[in-house]
Design a protein around this ligand. Structure first.
Ligand SMILES: [Zn+2]
Length: 299
């Protein structure tokens, strides 16, 4: 090969190399310039979807345990349900209240006219004394064969259902025994928490779950049974198949929460389950549902 031929071959080789390089470059460029899939636009809703229940702490027990309230719905008529004022002595009333919380779920079944609040455990220190657990517990956590009566009181040894402002006295009674009712009405933080919530929400009716007298009791302080209380009692008792009883007269009671509510014009009943162990959810659901039916149209 002479000099010119070498140059031509050299240029041709160079062109081939350049061509290949250009092809590779173009291919690579295509790869990296592939448009990524478009990011989906976030769906903007006009109103944030409300999530229920609203769970809030309405106070703390003597030993600092939170007292929680679960609220469902935004209707104008507010109903309040309370478990466990007598703590671990009536632990089944706490589990019943938690079953209602499970039943209410996200609150979508609450009629639009109503707002419901459930306080599952008003005396958490009393529950802890018997069950040994914070917050929610299961039936299996409850020891069997132990004396649960110590769990009736709060951590100051006070019967909370004697600490309210209706005929309050420093000592009251429970099944013939003397019990401490605190240094004054609402001396106990658990009673204060309930008083403050009632003052805030002004419930149309209040239901307390207790055990084990197997009846629904009306309430009064000094002015007799409110007409609304009688309707409340009869509606719940009939639907849930408990006897309806005007007056609890097994022993004299002072400073009870229901009596205080009566004194400020709020209908309240005591629902006593038939034993200290049974939950009785199905029949109480019938009573509860009857109340919802009644109050969604009641004026
Ligand atoms: Zn009780």
């Amino acid at each position: 090969m002479n000099g010119n031929a070498r140059i031509v071959v050299g240029i041709l080789a160079l062109l081939v190399i350049l061509g290949v390089a250009l092809l590779i470059y173009t291919k690579l460029k295509e790869d990296v310039s592939v448009t990524p899939p478009p990011t989906p636009e976030p769906v903007v809703t006009e109103e944030p979807t409300p999530s229920y229940p609203l769970i809030r702490t309405i106070g703390s027990s003597v030993e600092g345990r939170p007292i929680e309230a679960y609220t469902y719905g935004t209707g104008g008529t507010h109903l309040l349900f309370i478990g466990g004022i007598h703590g671990g002595y009536e632990w089944n009333s706490v589990l019943l209240a938690y079953e209602f919380i499970d039943h209410l779920g996200d609150g979508t079944t609450v009629p639009p006219e109503l707002t419901l609040t459930v306080i599952p455990s008003l005396n958490p220190d009393g529950v802890f004394k018997v069950v040994g657990k914070e917050g929610r517990f299961a039936r299996a956590d409850v020891p069997t064969g132990t004396d649960t009566s110590v769990g009736r009181f709060n951590a100051n040894g006070i019967d909370l259902n004697r600490n309210f402002a209706c005929k309050w006295q420093p000592e009251s009674s429970w099944r013939g025994k003397t019990v401490s009712a605190g240094t004054e009405a609402f001396s106990e933080p658990e009673a204060k928490a309930l008083r403050d919530l009632v003052t805030e929400i002004a419930p149309a009716a209040v239901v307390f779950w207790h055990s084990k007298a197997n009846a629904v009791y009306a309430s009064e302080c000094t002015e007799g049974i409110l007409p609304g209380t009688r309707t409340l009692m009869d509606t719940y008792a009939t639907a849930a198949s408990y006897p309806a009883v005007d007056t609890f007269d097994a022993y004299p009671v002072t400073g009870d929460a229901e009596g205080w509510l009566a004194s400020i014009g709020i209908p309240a009943i005591t629902v006593e389950l038939s034993s200290h162990e049974s939950i009785e959810f199905e029949r109480n659901l019938l009573g509860f549902s009857a109340l919802l039916e009644h109050y969604k149209t009641a004026k």
